[in-house]
Design a protein around this ligand. Structure first.
Ligand SMILES: [Ca+2]
Length: 201
């Protein structure tokens, strides 16, 4: 009996070991979560930069932004959540050269990956609508200077709420609403303190 105890673990020793592992895992979990969250933000920033680059490349090639002729105000040139066009799919199809109503030469300005999960798309495209989604599952938003006065009116986050002045001295901008899926911090519309990611800062 005594020899067996000396060579193996007692039940109590095993329980202590399991408890220690559980405590360590509990301490590591938030750290891992925050690393993953930071990686998603970096991914979102990259995607936003590519979208803005694609819009500006369209401008360079065609001398205008990828907007229907009827759209002449910045306020009606916003695609994605909260925009005049609630989805970004139509714009993305133009930028990808899938649609040729604005992109008449069907130049490919951007090629986002297809989202792996088409019923809950993240970090990629919905293959039927063309909508381009952020890493948390909401479509990216894009705004353009539709009246060509070299500024976007208004700044989607308002004047001096952490995302610059309104109007904003940009020709094309893009942003996404982050993990909480709401503009600003839990829907307050302010960039300061929010989990949103923007292209212009
Ligand atoms: Ca403008």
């Amino acid at each position: 009996m005594r020899d067996r105890n000396r060579n193996g673990f007692t039940l109590l020793e095993l329980l202590v070991v399991i408890a220690v592992i559980a405590v360590l895992a509990g301490m590591l979990f938030p750290a891992i979560q925050s690393v993953l969250e930071r990686a998603k933000k970096v991914q979102a920033k990259n995607d936003l930069t590519q979208i803005v680059t694609a819009v500006n490349a369209f401008y360079t090639d065609y001398g205008r932004y990828p907007l229907p002729a009827s759209v002449t105000a910045d306020s009606s040139a916003t695609y994605g959540p909260g925009g005049s066009s609630a989805e970004n799919g139509d714009l993305m199809k133009e930028l990808r050269g899938i649609s040729n109503s604005l992109n008449t030469r069907q130049i490919v300005f951007i090629s986002p990956p297809d989202a792996k999960d088409q019923t809950n798309p993240r970090s990629g495209s919905n293959t039927s609508t063309g909508g381009y989604y952020d890493p948390w599952g909401t479509e990216f938003a894009i705004a353009m200077d539709a009246d060509y006065d070299n500024q976007i009116t208004p700044n989607p986050y308002g004047n001096n709420n952490g995302a610059g002045a309104s109007p904003l001295r940009q020709g094309a901008i893009a942003w996404c609403v982050g993990r909480d899926k709401k503009l600003g911090n839990n829907g307050d519309g302010k960039f300061t303190g929010s989990d949103d990611v923007i292209s212009w800062q």
